[in-house]
Ligand binder design. Structure first.
Ligand SMILES: Nc1ncnc2c1ncn2[C@@H]1O[C@H](COP(=O)(O)OP(=O)(O)OP(=O)(O)O)[C@@H](O)[C@H]1O
Ligand SMILES: [Mg+2]
Length: 228
């Protein structure tokens, strides 16, 4: 069963003037378990819009989207949040850590909303921080860590939910090239464990870690095939 199955996905925005702007124009996409996919395309092409729909943070204007075999259109917002929590880990360009919470709390907190017990939350936070080489920083605040370390916390947070899919929108966008390589090596190892990864990037060096390339232009897929 595919992790992602989209057909005829469209996204329109209606401006205050009443004008309808098509952002995604009939996207068809199948992504199988264990794939490592890079999405590329110029600014404004619709990559983040597509990622938000893939992540069920936004709904398409029309089209079918099956996540892990589930028809997302029949889920209400609460059920969709549960499906999302059980399936997807997110990593963003800006790390999106809570500034006043410790590193361990940042990793553990989403698990609270996922209904995990306190002991399990703490165990997983320490386990995944350890995997990211951050065990000794568990009681630090995000501002006390470097950019690369903060992104590793965000990856630990994504992994702590034990997702089948990781969605990363420009995860190396705020990092230097050496740190980007470190982060991409982590993603490669995570993918080898069997977790599907879909990542948006502007950088070819980063995209090269993926096996499959999807190029988006003006809301349409113009290439979908092996990385080249
Ligand atoms: N709420 C909105 N209302 C109207 N238009 C929107 C809205 N959100 C996004 N757009 C438009 O959708 C288009 C695609 O935006 P999107 O953020 O998906 O691009 P992107 O490919 O991720 O670009 P970047 O590489 O700069 O992040 C843009 O032209 C943007 O102006
Ligand atoms: Mg974007």
């Amino acid at each position: 069963m595919a992790v992602i199955e989209m057909s005829g996905i469209r996204k329109d925005y209606i401006l205050s003037s009443g004008v309808t702007v098509p952002i995604l124009k009939s996207i068809d996409l199948i992504i199988e378990p264990g794939e490592f996919v890079a999405i590329m395309g110029s600014s404004g092409a619709g990559k983040s819009t597509l990622m938000n729909i893939l992540g069920t943070l936004d709904r398409p204007s029309s089209g079918l989207y099956y996540l892990d075999g589930e028809d997302t259109s029949i889920y209400d917002d609460e059920a969709l949040a549960n499906l999302r929590n059980n399936t997807i880990g997110f990593v963003f360009q800006g790390f999106n850590l809570l500034p006043r919470r410790s590193i361990a709390d940042n990793v553990a907190l989403p698990l609270f909303y996922g209904g995990e017990e306190f002991k399990e939350r703490m165990w997983r936070a320490d386990y995944y921080l350890g995997q990211m080489g951050l065990a000794k920083y568990r009681d630090y605040l995000p501002s006390q860590l470097s950019g690369g370390q903060q992104q590793r916390v965000a990856i630990a947070r994504a992994l702590a939910g034990e997702p089948t899919l990781i969605l990363a929108d420009e995860p190396t966008g705020n990092l230097d090239s050496h740190t980007s390589d470190e982060i991409m090596n982590l993603f490669t190892n995570i993918n080898k464990e069997g977790i599907t990864i879909i990542l948006v990037t502007h950088e070819q060096d980063v995209a090269n870690y993926a096996q499959r390339l999807i190029q988006v232009k003006d809301g349409e897929v113009i290439y979908d095939g092996p990385m080249y």
